[in-house]
Design a protein around this ligand. Structure first.
Ligand code: NDP
Ligand code: 2IT
Length: 447
């Protein structure tokens, strides 16, 4: 889809000029602007108010040095980021990623996507993202603790329960959130909901750990139900084996699907009997080992080196839950050839634009990340609500709200797609529905 609207073409040209060498950010902006073309055509008032120009520029970029000492007394220096992208509809909200591939482009693309995703949840949260090029793999608990403490020693001055509320993402789970929250509390002498994904003994919400994976399956279930279908009897392939992949596997199985493959960045496992999730949790959550360990216990399963091959495994439903651009055109064609009927994104931007084109051409049902994986941040917003009330809901209450939120995200995205002449195109629908709430608010505030 090339942009024809000359105004939007100009906005995109400016973004390209201003952000050279940032391919992930440009990819995310291009996709959103392409799908906002019908809005730009219909709403000259938003153009006049400068909304399109403002929405592609982060409100604030914070970049800082993170020095820390390893167990041998050697000093290391990483780079930290927090990008406060848009606070029109609520405090900046979004995860922190710890991975060696983190740079400004990656955090900017994630922050930009977060603005629209958070709007889709219907809850009062703006968009932000942060992280560092620190690699937690192979580090001791003490090294991770020292890194997190150093990271928070700078970050604390920029965040706050009503200002900016970080959470987890790749490489950041309960352990890291614990160290980060402990340091925040120590520095500020305040016990407030400044992070989400917290442990259950210090203000965390029940069901937050499960929320992204569960939400992805609730969303997928809505896509299927809309076509008179369900998870029952479907074969499912899920990439990754982290937080999102594990709880997507749990819910897909509960809903009647059979998950037969999982991966990590080294390779993938196939278990035609259906993945033994207790074993995966033991390997990944408890022992923090590689997914290939699975075949040491499960002799009927196989392990294949290289993670991209997972998309050649025949399935009805594919849920990419690892990282950006992990599913390209070749992989999309393999999925189509294998009879796959639905792809929904648990990771952020896991499918390349060329892969999405393949799905469109072959009428594969496609659930974009902003809508399909919004359950995690939605439940983070529910954690913020509970912290403000100094109260906690039961697992069932939170899970019930999550189900309602995923259903309404699906309905709103489907409705917007239809209204703007792109029926069944949830990419266009999610982008338009997410954009409009933020755009109307930005217009209301004036320049
Ligand atoms: P985890 O760190 O728990 O797990 C990440 C998984 O993805 C691991 O299996 C990891 O393998 C794999 N992975 C990471 N980077 C790469 C890479 N470059 N190539 C191949 N595999 C890779 O992270 P999450 O499960 O939390 O996050 C997964 C995705 O979901 C991310 O895109 C994240 O942004 C998105 N997301 C997360 C939410 C959350 O609440 N946690 C909410 C919404 C979206 P390895 O161990 O080998 O690195
Ligand atoms: O990409 C995402 O939505 C997340 N990593 C979750 C963010 C959050 O604030 O819970």
């Amino acid at each position: 889809m090339a942009i024809k609207n000359s105004y939007l073409q100009g906005v995109l040209e400016d973004v390209k000029k201003r952000n050279p060498g940032e391919p992930e950010f440009l990819q995310a902006v291009t996709e959103v602007l392409e799908s906002l073309e019908p809005v730009a055509d219909k709403r000259p008032d938003l153009i006049e108010a400068g909304v399109f120009d403002c929405i592609v520029e982060p409100e604030r970029i914070i970049k800082f040095r993170v020095p820390w000492m390893d167990d041998n007394g050697k000093v290391h220096v990483n780079r930290g980021f927090r990008i406060q992208f848009n606070s029109a509809i609520g405090p900046y909200k979004g995860g922190l990623r710890l991975h060696p591939s983190v740079n400004e482009s990656v955090i900017k693309f994630l922050g930009f996507e977060q603005v629209f995703k958070n709007s889709l949840t219907g809850l009062p949260i703006g968009g932000g993202k942060g992280g560092s090029d620190f690699d937690p793999k192979g580090k001791s608990d003490n090294e991770v603790m020292r890194f997190c403490q150093s990271f928070m020693t700078e970050l604390y001055r920029h965040i706050g329960a009503d200002t900016d509320v970080p959470a987890g993402d790749i490489g950041v789970g309960a352990r890291e959130i614990g160290y980060l929250f402990g340091q925040y509390k120590k520095i500020t002498n305040e016990y407030v909901g400044v992070l989400t994904g917290k442990g259950l003994t210090y203000g965390g919400s029940l069901a937050r750990k499960e929320a992204t994976g569960y939400g992805l399956c609730y969303f997928t279930n809505e896509m299927l139900a809309d076509k008179g279908d369900s998870f029952k009897g479907k074969t499912v392939v899920i990439s990754g084996s982290g937080n999102v992949a594990i709880y997507a596997t749990e819910k897909a199985t509960e809903l009647g699907g059979k998950v037969i493959a999982l991966s990590d960045s080294n390779g993938y496992i196939v278990d035609e009997d259906g993945i033994d999730l207790d074993l995966v949790k033991q390997i990944k959550e408890v022992e923090r080992k590689r997914i290939k360990e699975y075949v040491n216990t499960k002799k009927n399963a196989k392990y294949v080196e290289g993670c991209s091959g997972i998309w050649s495994v025949k399935c009805d439903i594919a849920l990419p839950c690892a990282t950006q651009n992990e599913l390209d055109e070749k992989a999309a064609n393999e999925l189509v050839a294998g009879g796959c009927k639905l792809v929904a994104e648990g990771a952020n931007m896991p499918c390349t634009p060329q892969a999405v084109d393949v799905f469109r051409k072959n009428k594969i049902l496609f659930g974009p990340a902003k809508a399909a994986n919004a359950g995690g941040v939605a439940t983070s917003a529910l954690e913020m609500s509970q912290n403000s009330m100094r109260y906690g809901w039961s697992f069932e209450e939170v899970d019930g709200k999550l189900q309602g939120i995923m259903k309404s995200i699906f309905e709103n995205a489907a409705k917007a797609a239809k209204e703007y002449g792109f029926e069944d195109d949830l990419v266009v629908g999610a982008n338009i529905a997410g954009f409009l709430k933020v755009a109307e608010t930005m217009k209301a505030y004036g320049v």
